[in-house]
Every structure is written in structure tokens, then in C-alpha cells.
Design a protein around this ligand. Structure first.
Ligand SMILES: CC(C)(COP(=O)(O)OP(=O)(O)OC[C@H]1O[C@@H](n2cnc3c(N)ncnc32)[C@H](O)[C@@H]1OP(=O)(O)O)[C@@H](O)C(=O)NCCC(=O)NCCS
Length: 301
């Protein structure tokens, strides 16, 4: 088709602001523009927990974001790197990452990269890659009925809903699993989550939380030493949310847990990559001990 006229519109200048100074509805609009499912409440939780930058054009439109959560003085989880589609491939994403690095000197960084962003992070030196599967769909507990699908490994112990006095045990398990203190994260997650714990020898050995997120509910974090334990604590949510949208993000090495999710109606929808700059982002403190079987979210790790 013949071109009738041309107009160059991408010559505008961006300035950086503290992300807390911009209208959260604009942040939400930005994540919607790249097809992310976050609700305003999902953004609000991250804004309460972390810090970040918003790139704003001359008339106040938010065209890019990056956030980071300091889990420890020497560790930050980077998340919510987004640039407006019409601005992409022009250096804004790398620029936001460089600014986030500059504002956190001497820190080890971790993140969960989407497929679009993986090369960008690699070019900035990120490595220690671990593939993470995003499983989602309509929860189908019937498929888990005995005899209908493969039996999942049985596990010893008793299962019960989470109680307030369990919170310290959850923090200890999470800290042993990832090597970082996420008490601030749990402070935000626990009030909005359901929880189940598995008890053996009068000790909590595994837990799973589940909360509203995106299009429905997300199961996570799930911390356990074995996939059988992780399945035991996650299974109640498949029943509770039968017929509704459920999601879980699990490292791809967890094949039994992934098979359980798929059999429960949560198909593998996409994959992401957990990455670290400086060292591996998560380091379980006990070999063979508790580890992260489902992420709290891609942003929170
Ligand atoms: C991922 C994302 C943030 C990248 O943002 P961006 O603004 O396109 O980032 P950049 O322009 O800095 O870099 C993108 C690529 O363009 C290249 N590039 C940078 N400057 C360029 C320029 N002036 N001309 C041409 N290419 C350029 C970069 O080298 C990079 O290439 P690579 O993929 O081979 O590394 C953006 O695509 C996005 O918002 N995606 C949807 C949300 C998402 O997935 N976010 C990541 C969360 S982990």
C-alpha cells in the first residue's frame, strides 16, 4: 500500500520519579498494556513492600516502571520492569535497570524474567538461571479423585488450616528454603491468604498459602522438603476453588508437583526464568531440607 504521509512521534523525553509519587491507576494501566493480569491491589501490595521508579513523559503519562524489594540489606528482588509497547527496543528497559542498580550499590539482585526480558537481563550480567513454569486454568478437583488419574505419592503427617500461632514456623521454613528473611512479605501475604500446614512429629514441615491474584487465585508460596508434601498442602485449594481460575508458578525441576497442577486443571501456560546477579538468588540452608516448590509470585520470588 502507498504511504501518504509520515509522522515521527517517539522523540519525547522521559524523566524518572519515585514510583510512589505516581497515580497507581496509571501503573495498573501500564501493566494492562503489556497483557499482565495484575489488579490494582496486586500493585498496591508491591508498593507497600518495595521501592521503585516510574519513567514519565512530558505530560505525566507513565511509560515505564521498575521496582525492587530489599529482603536483606545486601539482597534486592527486582520486579515490575515494564515499558510501554510503543517505546520498546529503544533502550528504556535497560536504562530503568541501570538506575535500579545504581540506587542499590553493593547488593545481590534476584528476579524472575519473562521470556521477553531474559536476553536483556543476560546482557546486564544476570545468570544462575532456573526455569519456572506458570501453570494456570480452571481448578478441576474431580480429576484428582482416586482411580481417575495417576495416584500422587502419599505422605505421612496431618494436614490442617493455618493458625495465627503458626506464623513464626512459616517464616523459619521460608528462611531455610530461600536463605532470606521475607518477614515483611509474609506480613503482607498472611492477612490476605488462606493457608494449610502439614505436621509431622508435632512440627510444621510444609505449608502452602493461597490468595486472590490476577484473574483468580494463586497458590504460593509453597515450601516443602518433598514434592509429595507440597502436593498435600496445595491440594485443598484445588477443591476450595473448584471451577474457578487458579495459578501456581513452580520451578520446572518439580516434575511431580507440575504433574499434580496439570492434573488439577492448571496447564503449563508459559515459562519464566529465575535469575541472579552476583550469585544464585536463593540458597536453601539445609541440603535435602525445605525449598521453594511454588513462588509467592513472579515478582516476590
Ligand atoms: C522486557 C521489557 C521491559 C524490555 O524493555 P525495552 O524498553 O524494550 O528494553 P530495551 O530497549 O532496553 O532492550 C530491549 C532490547 O532492545 C535492544 N536495544 C536497546 N537499545 C536499543 C536501541 N537504541 N536500538 C535498538 N535496540 C535497542 C536491547 O539490546 C535489547 O535487546 P536484547 O533483547 O537483545 O537484549 C519490555 O519488553 C516489556 O515491558 N515487556 C513486557 C513486560 C515484561 O515482560 N517485563 C519483564 C519483567 S521480568
Amino acid at each position: 500500500m502507498e504511504t501518504i504521509a509520515r509522522l515521527h512521534i517517539d522523540t519525547f523525553e522521559l524523566s524518572l520519579r519515585d514510583i510512589r509519587q505516581v497515580d497507581p491507576t496509571l501503573l495498573h494501566a501500564l501493566s494492562v498494556s503489556v497483557g499482565w493480569p495484575h489488579r490494582e491491589g496486586d500493585w498496591q501490595m508491591l508498593l507497600d513492600l518495595g521501592q521503585g521508579l516510574a519513567a514519565v513523559d512530558e505530560i505525566g503519562r507513565v511509560v515505564g516502571t521498575v521496582m525492587w524489594l530489599r529482603y536483606r540489606p545486601d539482597f534486592a528482588m527486582v520486579c515490575m520492569l515494564i515499558t510501554l509497547p510503543r517505546l520498546q527496543e529503544q533502550g528504556a528497559g535497560s536504562w530503568l535497570m541501570e538506575k535500579a542498580h545504581e540506587l542499590n550499590p553493593g547488593v545481590v539482585f534476584g528476579l524472575t524474567a519473562t521470556r521477553e526480558a531474559k536476553r536483556l537481563y543476560r546482557s546486564l550480567g544476570y545468570g544462575y538461571e532456573q526455569k519456572v513454569l506458570r501453570c494456570q486454568g480452571e481448578a478441576a478437583p474431580d480429576a484428582l479423585n482416586p482411580g481417575k488419574v495417576m495416584p500422587f505419592a502419599r505422605t505421612e503427617g496431618s494436614l490442617r488450616p493455618l493458625q495465627a500461632e503458626d506464623h513464626d514456623s512459616l517464616l523459619r521454613l521460608d528462611c531455610a528454603a530461600i536463605g532470606l528473611d521475607r518477614s515483611a512479605v509474609f506480613g503482607s501475604l498472611l492477612p490476605v491468604s488462606e493457608g494449610h500446614v502439614l505436621i509431622r512429629n508435632e512440627e510444621i514441615v510444609s505449608f502452602a498459602l493461597c490468595r486472590p491474584f490476577g484473574r483468580g487465585h494463586v497458590i504460593g508460596p509453597v515450601i516443602a522438603a518433598t514434592e509429595a508434601d507440597a502436593i498435600a498442602v496445595s491440594r485443598p485449594y484445588v477443591e476450595v476453588h473448584a471451577g474457578r481460575f487458579l495459578r501456581a508458578d513452580t520451578p520446572a525441576c518439580n516434575t511431580a508437583f507440575t504433574n499434580f497442577l496439570v492434573a488439577s486443571g492448571m496447564q503449563i501456560h508459559d515459562s519464566a526464568t529465575s535469575m541472579g546477579l552476583g550469585r544464585a538468588p536463593y540458597m536453601p540452608s539445609i541440603p535435602g531440607g525445605p525449598r521453594r516448590i511454588a513462588l509467592a509470585s513472579q515478582a516476590l520470588g
